[in-house]
Design a binder for this molecule. Structure first.
Ligand code: NAD
Ligand code: UDP
Length: 378
């Protein structure tokens, strides 16, 4: 700024992606906790593009400023470093409550803090929703509620005879009673297992949410999210999608845990964001599964990732490196054997269904990690 020239730039807004201009009546004041994380940052992008006013609360434990830095300075955007374990006051119309580490390496790093974030953080944000009459959406989770069902259903010795390798790696046994999983299956969680801080934290967060709904009339939404992947996913968070892509791009062996017969379904981030926004703006107060129903064994998934990485390299004119191998390592304790959402409710009540096939999503993701590698940040 130069006082004589009065050279204040009136064009600074052009450095931002083009946001929709909404009339004040259509513009919502939206709070996104955990908005600097993987899911949160994509949600923030969409809410900003739609023209809303967005405030992000994040303590940057697993999230990073860079994931939303492209909005810093925009008049509709605010980024606040804050831990949701402490109360926070702001006027808002909608709260997307995402703050919570989501990958096992991160949520097991400090189990007590994880459960405190789920309980105290959700309590604080529900208190805020009650005071401001904001609509509150909790991002809950899916499959972990099926774990100990399998453990308790089969005595210890059967684990060895069913599959010795699984026994060595403390595997889970048998299938869930219900597959795919609908919202009204309550599940059974091991309250003292390594994943308990996350699973039980999410369960108590749901209980709190419906407590505020039934007792205080807070307007609530609960999304039960199934495995999601996409750009900005931390490549070192130990999740299968990031591990396999990074391994394949580096020409390293793909590490399948156990025999690879366990199943998962994978949804692309843009589908999840569509689902979260649709749920928030619907009248559905019951929990809703948001996930992709295409189920893969982890071994099939490893083969698919390997093929797609090769295809992308070929399309980019990169000389094909030798084919990477798929190797087997021990299965983590409490690793669920099957997971696939029943998304009937989302289809019926939100008119939502995934639009990204796994192949389309993986291609994008491979290109993203490839670009990160090329710029030296991975
Ligand atoms: P992430 O770890 O990338 O993002 C979580 C964000 O919350 C990070 O920015 C982190 O810094 C922030 N955070 C953590 N603790 C906090 C605290 N105490 N105070 C303030 N901020 C805090 O995870 P994600 O994959 O983006 O997941 C977002 C939400 O979706 C989580 O609630 C997670 O449980 C849920 N979810 C995600 C998946 C998935 O596949 N990614 C599946 C099921 C549920
Ligand atoms: N997995 C694997 N190799 C890896 C990382 C994960 O075989 O390098 C397996 C893991 O044991 C699990 C599945 O892939 O059965 C999905 O793991 P992830 O951590 O991505 O998600 P979650 O277990 O929470 O569904």
């Amino acid at each position: 700024y130069h006082p004589q020239s009065q050279s204040i730039s009136y064009t600074t807004l052009t450095r931002f992606p083009p946001v929709k201009l909404l009339p004040p009546s259509g513009r919502k004041r939206v709070l996104v906790t955990g908005g600097a994380g993987f899911v949160g940052s994509h949600l923030v992008d969409r809410l900003m593009l739609l023209g809303h006013e967005v405030t992000v609360l994040d303590n940057f434990f697993t999230g990073s400023k860079t994931s939303v830095s492209h909005w810093v300075g925009h008049p509709n955007f605010e980024l606040v470093r804050h831990d949701v374990v402490e109360p926070f006051m702001i006027e808002c119309d909608q709260i997307y409550h995402l703050a919570c580490p989501a990958s096992p390496v991160h949520y097991q790093f400090n189990a007590v803090k994880t459960i405190k974030t789920s309980f105290q953080g959700t309590l604080n944000m529900l208190g805020l929703a009650k005071r401001t009459k904001a609509r509150f959406l909790l991002t809950s989770t899916s499959g972990e509620r099926f774990i100990s069902l399998r453990q308790s259903a089969f005595p210890l010795w059967t684990r060895f005879f069913s599959h010795p390798f699984k026994f060595l790696s403390a595997e889970v046994y048998g299938d869930p009673e219900v597959h795919p999983q609908p919202e009204d299956y309550w599940g059974h969680v091991n309250p003292i297992g390594p994943r308990a801080c996350y699973d039980e934290g999410k369960r108590v967060a749901e209980t709190l949410t419906y407590g505020f709904h039934n007792q205080d009339g807070v307007d609530v939404r609960v999304a039960r999210i199934f495995n999601t992947y996409g750009p900005r996913m931390n490549p070192y968070d130990g999740r299968v999608v990031s591990n396999f892509i990074v391994q394949a791009l580096r020409g390293q062996d793909l590490t399948v845990y156990g025999d690879g017969s366990q199943t998962r379904s994978f949804q692309y981030i843009h589908d999840l964001v569509d689902g979260l926004i649709a749920l928030m703006n619907s009248s559905e107060t019951r929990p809703v599964n948001i996930g992709n129903g295409d189920e893969f064994t982890i071994l099939e998934f490893a083969q698919l990732v390997r093929d797609i990485v090769e295809d992308v390299q070929r399309a980019d004119g990169v000389a094909a490196p030798p084919r990477v191998n798929i190797i087997h390592e021990g299965l983590p304790k409490d690793d669920p054997q099957k997971r696939r959402p029943d998304t009937t409710r989302a289809k019926e009540t939100l008119d939502w269904q995934p639009r990204w096939t796994v192949r389309m999503g993986l291609e994008e993701m491979v290109r993203y990690y490839k670009a990160k590698m090329a710029e030296g940040s991975l």
